[in-house]
Ligand binder design. Sequence first.
Ligand code: SF4
Length: 492
Amino acid sequence: MKPQVLSSTLIAMVNHKHLRKILAKKIDDYIYKSIVDNDSEDLKEVAIKRYQFLSAMLHCMIKNIDRGCVSPEIIKEIVNVFVQNNLIREDQIYTQAVEKFKEKYGEYPPTFIVFSPTQKCNLKCIGCYANSTSDTSATVPYCYVDKVVGEVHDCWGVRFITISGGEPFTYKSEDKTLLDIYRKYNDMFFLVYTNGTIINEQIAQSLADCANVTPAISVEGFEEETDQRRGRGTFKKILETLERLRNFGVPFGISVTSTSKNVELLLKDEFYDFFFEEQGACYMWQFQLMPIGRGKDEMDLMVRPEQRLSLYRKWEKLLREKRYCLADFWNSGVLSRGCIAYGRSGGYAYIDWHGNVTPCAFIPYYVDNIYDLYNNGGTLTDALFSDFMKNGRKWQREYGLDNWKKPENWLMPCSIRDHYEIFRNSVLPKNAKPEDEKAKEALESTEYLEVMKNYDQKLKSLTKRIWEIEYLNKDATSSKIKYQNVNINIRN
Ligand code: SF4
């Protein structure tokens, strides 16, 4: 199947209920053949996981179209942005921008950005990095938000943006909200992380009208866990919002932070069944809590290496057996062929509410700032070529991005969390500044360094053999490995 045919088959599948099952099977076969069968440049197991993820995405989307809780118009927009622009390259501006960038800089631009234009939030969740309900919270003025989005659209060919915060639905500047951005850039698709509590009928209607936004709503577990951290009554409000989004046909996802406290719940099927089957979530992203600073409480909340491994096995199983579109930003590193930070092609750079440009939302250090860049005649593109970004991309390439057939262990893909010593010694340059006091403390604390180093060593010892056997195929006869308290069955 050619990409053009894939695109029209997807649209036909959305439009024709009676043909949906047959066409979905055709599309699934096509994905399998193009990713796994056709002399994949990836390791076999990496290719299989990539296929399973896309197949799960298709499966969840169809299920929700069948239920009538996702608007076909929005799905067509997703097909436009992701299939037509990325595979078929029908969008001339996109193609020209990407190739021009490559010609000028010798490498392809990042595929997306994550942008937190405001720190302001209507909730005060325990331990939240934004944590600011005041009106004076840092907010990037609308004209700069517009400048950033315009630049990445025109010069990087970006057609997908993730908005985070603070709470994006509290954003207001120059009499505009972010809905004005979604409307203006209607050939782009936006994934918006939100606490979900202020999406009323009117906002849900606007999101449906824009047809290019999907909210990812944050929970901590069920009612007890969510209300404990986010405040009483929050979970109930979230469920009301989910119902509203279903009624307006807006596809939504769930975002959850895994900690040592809620990990037991995240190892149970009922958590995923509730959001995917009962609530109609199209996807779920898991983020393991990243401790910054030397606070012991926060350190204790970090998911332990053994727990992380259990979550990895859970993710594999849910993807394979239930076809839930689920990704865990550390355990699912094989899907993206490792770390996606530092503005690499296929990856992203992050801009916070002070306008600081960092390699990733989880790396709280920066060299450049958009106000300084723009006010001095520069561009956001300049930030991609700081030593910080270049060091990170060099590390990514050496770690496996340049050698898909024999990468280093992508079960520990994260430059800052899984390779902290290397990050400190070889990636973070001297001129990088911390985003806040906690990030500064983390740099100065020997205790933090030790905790992170121990974590990395333990993780390495737990995942090394799994990587070698299941991905590099080094010892195909082994069927079972025992790692300390964790029993792991390895598939043949
Ligand atoms: S630095 Fe870590 S969290 Fe950020 S993209 Fe890379 S792997 Fe993911």
